[in-house]
Design a protein around this ligand. Structure first.
Ligand code: G3H
Ligand code: 13P
Ligand code: ZN
Length: 311
């Protein structure tokens, strides 16, 4: 059974694609992070996707997630979807569907092409039977996703993308156009292959396209982390104008995790150094939550252009 009131992610993304904005999928693994995301969405009247990786789900504990997200969807009038990020096999997808998620990603991007098709098709058949939408992935992002690691990009092939969508029946497609996961995305020029995106989009005009690894790695967070005892050197994200450009060309879901981790870490490091006598977690967690909320609200308004698109 689906959690009450969750919004169909496919409808959300098709509307976004038509109107040239993107819905943010923000990863969470604790109540503070989830509330920061939902508060930002409410403040900016933006639809939002709450995303959990397998690691995030394990950390947060599935039975808590089911109830906490259930309460959120009853409290807010903002469109909210609950999404499994980077599902690696059929079993995890089946488990989260049983739990009430209404959107899943099956990530077969590290598999040989035919195997990616086979696992994705199997997931689509099961998910659609339960009213759940599916995101597939084609192409490889450099960097680390859970325990899959790749040192090189393998850009998505536009013709293959068409074949993949046709054979699997996915509702949305994650593509590789030069982003990567984590805080170290570029050593040289921070540029995306918008030309590849344009080709894919012209061949798949009705399919929402998804940009993973889309954190911007704000340098003010990196600087604060380093000023207050951290050691994050050479961190670089996707420039905001590149994301805005991608949204004009068919990207309608943008994934963001690293930026929230940086906001949280920068705030807690600074707070504890500046307030050595405070030991009430509510004080520093409140500060962290506010910092993440303000960051997400800014991203919705200025980068994804989803503010005001709740209905
Ligand atoms: O796409 C990867 C996300 O940032 C999730 O990361 O597997 O460490 O939770 P995680
Ligand atoms: P970032 O590491 O750029 O935040 O990407 C997150 C992501 O793609 C989650 O699926
Ligand atoms: Zn991702």
């Amino acid at each position: 059974m689906r959690l009450n009131q969750l919004t169909n992610e496919c409808d959300m993304l098709l509307k976004a694609k038509k109107e040239h904005y993107a819905v943010g999928a923000f990863n969470f693994s604790s109540i503070e992070i989830m509330r920061a995301i939902v508060d930002a969405a409410e403040m900016s009247r933006s639809p939002v996707i709450l995303a959990l990786s397998e690691g995030g789900l394990k950390y947060a504990e599935p039975r808590y997630i089911k109830h906490v997200v259930g309460v959120v969807t009853e409290m807010t009038d903002i469109p909210v979807a609950l999404h499994l990020d980077h599902g690696k096999n059929f079993e995890i997808v089946r488990d989260v569907i049983d739990l009430g998620f209404n959107s899943v990603m099956i990530d077969g991007s590290s598999l040989p092409y035919e195997e990616n098709i086979a696992i994705t098709k199997k997931v689509v058949e099961y998910a659609h039977k339960h009213g759940v939408v599916v995101e597939g992935e084609l192409g490889v992002l450099a960097g680390v996703e859970d325990d899959v690691k790749s040192d090189v990009h393998k850009y998505t092939d536009p013709e293959q993308a068409v074949d993949f969508v046709k054979k699997t029946g996915v509702d949305s497609l994650a593509i590789a156009i030069g982003t990567s996961h984590g805080a170290y995305k570029f050593t040289g020029d921070a540029k995306l292959r918008i030309d590849i995106l344009e080709q894919i989009n012209s061949l798949l005009p009705e399919v929402p396209l998804v940009l993973h690894g889309a954190s911007s790695v704000p340098q003010n967070f990196v600087k604060t982390i380093n000023e207050y005892g951290g050691n994050i050197v050479g961190a670089k994200g996707v420039p905001e104008e590149e994301i805005r450009e991608a949204c004009k060309h068919g990207i309608s879901k943008v994934n963001c995790d690293t930026d929230l981790r940086l906001a949280f870490t920068a705030t807690i490091r600074k707070f504890l150094v500046e307030n050595p006598t405070i030991f009430d977690p509510r004080k520093y967690l409140q500060a962290c939550k506010d910092a993440m909320r303000d960051f997400v609200a800014g991203k919705m308004k200025d980068v994804l252009l989803s503010a005001g698109k709740a209905h």
